[in-house]
Ligand binder design. Structure first.
Ligand code: ADP
Length: 408
C-alpha cells in the first residue's frame, strides 16, 4: 500500500444508527462520510453518504440507498461494501486506525486504545449511560470483526470534563454514593467543547493555555462549558445528559423532588419517569415540538406556549453564561456559539446576547445575521470587551485527531 492511501475511519454508533467518516492521512483531509439509519428495521433501513466537494472523482456526490441491516455488524459490513465500491476497493487494507465516539468513559480523561481492560471500563460505564454505551460497544464489536489487528481508539464525550475540580463535579449527596457508585457530575459533548476551545484560541490569536472561553453547544441536546486555559472547569450536563439547559426533549435543571412527586402522585414507574424527563420534556413537553425552528414560528404567530419555551431556552443559556463568567472570575476572552442552534440561529444568539451588554457581551447585529449556515466568525462589535464567536463544531475531525495522538 502506498503511503498516500493510508486512511483513518471514525465511527459513531447510536442505538439504531452508525455514522462513519473517512480521513485520508497523507495529507490529512476529511473524505466521505455518512450514516446508516434505522438499523434493525428492514423496510426503512437506509445508508446515506456524501463526498466532500473537493474529493477527486466523486466531487460532492451524494448517495441514499435502502439496504437492510439486522444489527451493527451487518451495517458495518454494508458500509464496507459501499466504501469499497465508491472510495477504494482496497479500503480494508488502507485503514490504519479506527476512532470510536463513546459517550461515557467514567473517570478516563484521555482517549483510550481499545483492549480488554478499556472495553471492560466502557461496559462498567454503561450502568450510568444505559442508552449510549451499549451501542458504542456494538460499534466496537462490528469494527473489530472487520478490521482485526487494526488499532482502535475510544474517544469519550466525558473525557474533556475530567479536569473539573471536585467542588464543580460533586453533588451534595452522602459521600458514599460517590465512592461506591461513582455518582458525580461527568459532563458530555466534551469532544465538541474541546474542539471549540481550541478553535477559539486560534481565532483570538492567543495560546490555548492563556485563553478563557465559555463554549455553548446548542443543538437538540445542549450544554455549556467554562474552559480556563484549555481545561474545563465546569459544564452544565451532569451524571447524565439530563442536567443543565432546557433541551429539545430533556427538562434540564429542576428540583429533584419533582421526580419523587410524579412517581408518588401519578404512579409513574422508574422507566416512565426516565422517558418523561429525557424524551417528553424540554421544548417538546412545553410547546409540542422539539425543533426550535417550529417553536420560533409558533412564538411569531403569538402561541403563548411557544413564546414561553423560547423565553425559557434563552433565559437558561443567559444564566449559565452568567454563572460561568463568575466561575472564570470575570476573566472571559470569548463566548462561543456552536451546533444546530448556535451555528444557524442569529435570532436566538441575538435574544441571548442583547440583554447582556452590561456584562461586556456586545453583539454586532449585521455580523450576527451574516454568520449562519456553517460560517465561522466574530459577531461582536470591535469595542466589545468579550469576543462573541460562532464556530461550526466538527466532532469527527476532533475524534480523528485524538485517535492519531494515541496510535501515532
Ligand atoms: P443534535 O443534538 O441532534 O446533534 P443539532 O446540533 O443538529 O442537534 O441541532 C439540531 C437543532 O438545531 C434542531 O432541533 C433545530 O431546532 C435547531 N436548528 C437548526 N437550524 C436552526 C435555525 N435556523 N434556527 C433555529 N434552530 C435551528
Amino acid at each position: 500500500m502506498s503511503a498516500m492511501a493510508r486512511k483513518l475511519l471514525v465511527l459513531n454508533a447510536g442505538s439504531s444508527s452508525l455514522k462513519f467518516k473517512i480521513f485520508g492521512l497523507n495529507p490529512f483531509a476529511a473524505g466521505m462520510g455518512g450514516m446508516f439509519d434505522r438499523i434493525g428495521d428492514a423496510a426503512n433501513c437506509t445508508l446515506k453518504a456524501s463526498a466532500p466537494a473537493e474529493a477527486p472523482g466523486s466531487k460532492g456526490r451524494k448517495w441514499e440507498l435502502k439496504i437492510p441491516a439486522k444489527d451493527h455488524v451487518g451495517a458495518m459490513e454494508s458500509i464496507m461494501d459501499f466504501i469499497k465500491e465508491n472510495v477504494s476497493s482496497a479500503f480494508s487494507r488502507e485503514v490504519v486506525a479506527v476512532g470510536h465516539r463513546i459517550v461515557h468513559g467514567l473517570d478516563l480523561s484521555q482517549p483510550a486504545l481499545l483492549n480488554e481492560k478499556t472495553i471492560d471500563k466502557i461496559r462498567q460505564a454503561a450502568v450510568l449511560a444505559p442508552l449510549h454505551n451499549p451501542p458504542g460497544l456494538q460499534g466496537i464489536d462490528a469494527a473489530q470483526r472487520v478490521f482485526s489487528g487494526v488499532p482502535q481508539v475510544a474517544v469519550f464525550d466525558t473525557a474533556f470534563h475530567q479536569t473539573m475540580p471536585p467542588h464543580a463535579y460533586m453533588y451534595g449527596l452522602p459521600y458514599d454514593l460517590y465512592e461506591k457508585h461513582q455518582i458525580r457530575r461527568y459532563g458530555f459533548h466534551g469532544t465538541s467543547h474541546k474542539y471549540l476551545a481550541e478553535q477559539a484560541a486560534e481565532m483570538l490569536g492567543k495560546p490555548l493555555s492563556e485563553t478563557n472561553v465559555i463554549t455553548c453547544h446548542l443543538g437538540n441536546g445542549s450544554s455549556i462549558a467554562a474552559v480556563q486555559g484549555g481545561r474545563c472547569i465546569d459544564t452544565s450536563m451532569g451524571m447524565t445528559p439530563l442536567e443543565g439547559l432546557l433541551m429539545g426533549t430533556r427538562s434540564g435543571d429542576m428540583d429533584p423532588a419533582v421526580v419523587l412527586h410524579v412517581q408518588k402522585q401519578l404512579g409513574l414507574s422508574v422507566q416512565e419517569t426516565d422517558t418523561l424527563l429525557n424524551k417528553k420534556s424540554g421544548l417538546l413537553g412545553l410547546t409540542g415540538s422539539n425543533d426550535l425552528r417550529t417553536v420560533i414560528e409558533g412564538a411569531h404567530k403569538g402561541e403563548p406556549r411557544s413564546a414561553l419555551g423560547l423565553a425559557m431556552f434563552v433565559y437558561r443559556v443567559q444564566k449559565y453564561i452568567g454563572s460561568y463568567t463568575a466561575a472564570l472570575q470575570g476573566k472571559v476572552d470569548a463566548v462561543v456559539f456552536s451546533a444546530g442552534i448556535g451555528e444557524n440561529s442569529s435570532l436566538i444568539r441575538g435574544l441571548i446576547l442583547q440583554p447582556m451588554q452590561a456584562m461586556g457581551l456586545i453583539v454586532d447585529a449585521a455580523a450576527n445575521d451574516a454568520t449562519v449556515g456553517g460560517r465561522q466568525g466574530d459577531i461582536s462589535t470591535p469595542t466589545s470587551p468579550v469576543r462573541l464567536l460562532v464556530i461550526p463544531t466538527d466532532e469527527e475531525l476532533s475524534i480523528a485527531q485524538q485517535t492519531l495522538q494515541v496510535t501515532g
